[in-house]
Design a protein around this ligand. Structure first.
Ligand code: AMP
Ligand code: ZN
Length: 111
């Protein structure tokens, strides 16, 4: 339900978050509980519950998220060291915020 959705509220600036990037289709901000030195969330402005709810008309949004992830990886300094891109899908897949988002996770220390 978009009205109760935390990420809709962040997108609409009804809840605080520092946007590292914003355009007409998505925003990027840091995960509040980072799992790694770099942990960004790439969030489409359109409320879509999960990957399961993507429609054919959303394919532009999905490809856009990956291109922004490429750029944010470079900007965050993890382009060459490497990173993970992750969609958690529904409760069993670890999703807790039911508004589509792509995790960009990286920046681990070299062994
Ligand atoms: P997921 O488990 O894929 O649904 O991921 C949701 C992520 O959102 C978690 O990693 C949370 O730490 C993160 N999160 C929850 N609330 C906020 C918030 N207000 N600002 C930034 N990140 C958040
Ligand atoms: Zn939402």
């Amino acid at each position: 339900m978009p009205g109760e959705c935390i990420f809709c509220k962040i997108v609409n600036r009804e809840m605080p978050a520092e946007f590292l990037y914003e355009d007409e289709a998505c925003v990027v901000f840091r995960d509040i509980h980072p799992a790694a030195p770099v942990h960004l969330l790439l969030v489409p402005k359109k409320h879509i519950r999960s990957v399961n709810d993507l429609k054919d008309e959303d394919k532009g949004i999905v490809s856009h998220l990956f291109l922004i992830a490429r750029d944010m990886a470079k900007q965050s300094g993890v382009r060459d060291s490497g990173y993970k891109l992750l969609f958690n899908v529904e409760k069993g897949g670890g999703q807790v915020i039911f508004h589509l988002h792509l995790h960009l996770i990286g920046g681990w220390k070299k062994p």
